[in-house]
Design a protein around this ligand. Structure first.
Ligand SMILES: C[S@@+](CC[C@H](N)C(=O)[O-])C[C@H]1O[C@@H](n2cnc3c(N)ncnc32)[C@H](O)[C@@H]1O
Length: 357
């Protein structure tokens, strides 16, 4: 047995300084950078290992109410790396989106300068459910909503307002939630999407579909699940990025999460378009896979912030008992050799929907 000589005080000081520096810097690194650093010495290897473990325990870096863990028993990817934002951000107001602190020593990840840019103020429009096809522009009613309806909170505290009943039809629902001027609080049944994620979720790896979002508890039909957050893009920028993503996907396995929402105005002459890209900067909704049968989520445009752009939210379209959460990416398939679909539904079309953006 060989005993190493006791460390001299300057060596102990060096180790301590190295540890402190690494603890500050390593949580900012990408997985590749972390892997490179971890090869250099035992101390850095250990710190990198604990950061990897920590990252796999919560996709949301504590930005959401509940931790959302990664589960992967299929291959070597412990987690997916991207910059997390719990709400929509506007591209032009995001100066530097390259890095985000993600490590064990943050009880709350530092808030990036742009994370509040969506106007988190709870302004909202009239508390009514507008059917698809209706215009969602100019719906803001400055006089506030008829809040007596909001007081009808159900016993299980899930759906409190008659006007919140979800549209069971196919396609996109549109609704408005209460805002500050309504006088009601966050517990109001007409603010379902404003309190963040309240259901337990997890992100599970599938060898064919990649990561997918799963319910980790029973979710009642109509319950709010999550918002689709990411970078709000101009149409020009969305088209530019889509071309890059298509190219990347043709060369190697690459998952993009650029969602285009189109809303036709009643006149039929115009179409409003929202481009949300969750590929590089986004939230857990970027992991929701496609299902040809419509899946178990309804997409609803929610206007609640007083901002011009509504938020795209997902609500359970049926009772969900711990299965994968899916929705339909659309009906149109412009690419004959589109990505193969593995949704597994009886109505599977064989390829994932694709459109010209
Ligand atoms: C918005 S991302 C969903 C999350 C993605 N699975 C991941 O690992 O990041 C969309 C991509 O997921 C994959 N995907 C989604 N639904 C799928 C399905 N039904 N079958 C096969 N792949 C699917 C495709 O690669 C698609 O481009």
């Amino acid at each position: 047995m060989s005993l190493s000589p006791p460390k001299k005080s300057h060596e102990r000081g060096f180790s301590h300084a190295l540890f402190q520096c690494a603890d500050l810097i390593l949580p900012w690194l990408t997985p590749q950078e972390l892997a490179n650093v971890s090869l250099t010495c035992k101390t850095l290897h250990q710190i990198a290992h604990s950061i990897t473990l920590h990252r796999s325990l919560d996709v949301s870096r504590s930005f959401e109410n509940l931790p959302i863990p990664f589960h992967n028993t299929g291959d070597q990817h412990p987690y997916a790396y991207f910059i997390y934002t719990a709400s929509q951000i506007i591209l032009s107001s995001s100066p530097s989106l390259n890095r985000q602190f993600w490590g064990p020593n943050s009880s709350r990840s530092p808030v990036l300068p742009w994370s509040d840019s969506s106007g988190a103020e709870m302004g909202c429009a009239r508390d009514s459910l507008i059917r698809p096809g209706a215009s969602w522009v100019n719906m803001v009613d400055e006089s506030g909503c008829e809040c007596e309806r909001c007081e009808k909170v159900s016993e299980d505290n899930v759906i409190g307002c008659a006007c919140m009943e979800l549209d069971g039809d196919e396609g996109m629902g549109i609704m408005s939630e209460c805002r500050t001027s309504c006088g009601c609080g966050l517990e109001c049944g007409n603010r379902l999407s404003q309190g963040g994620i309240r259901v337990k979720l997890k992100v599970v790896r599938d060898l064919r579909k990649g990561w997918g979002l799963y319910a980790a508890q029973w979710i009642q039909r109509g319950q709010f699940v999550c918002e689709y957050s990411g970078e709000l893009l101009t149409t020009k920028e969305a088209r530019r990025r889509q071309r890059i993503y298509d190219e990347l996907a043709s060369n190697r396995r690459f998952s993009s999460a650029l969602l285009v929402v189109r809303e036709h105005l009643p006149s039929g002459n115009a179409c409003l378009r929202i481009n949300i890209d969750a590929t590089r900067v986004g939230n857990i909704a970027g992991f929701i896979n496609h299902s040809c049968d419509g899946g178990n989520l309804s997409t609803v445009l929610v206007r609640s912030s007083g901002a011009l752009v509504p938020r795209l939210c997902f609500f359970a379209s049926k009772d969900i008992k711990g299965e994968e959460l899916c929705f339909s990416y659309g009906e149109i398939r412009v690419r004959p050799t589109g990505l193969k679909c593995f949704c597994g539904s009886s109505s599977c079309f064989g390829t994932i929907p694709s459109e010209h953006t």
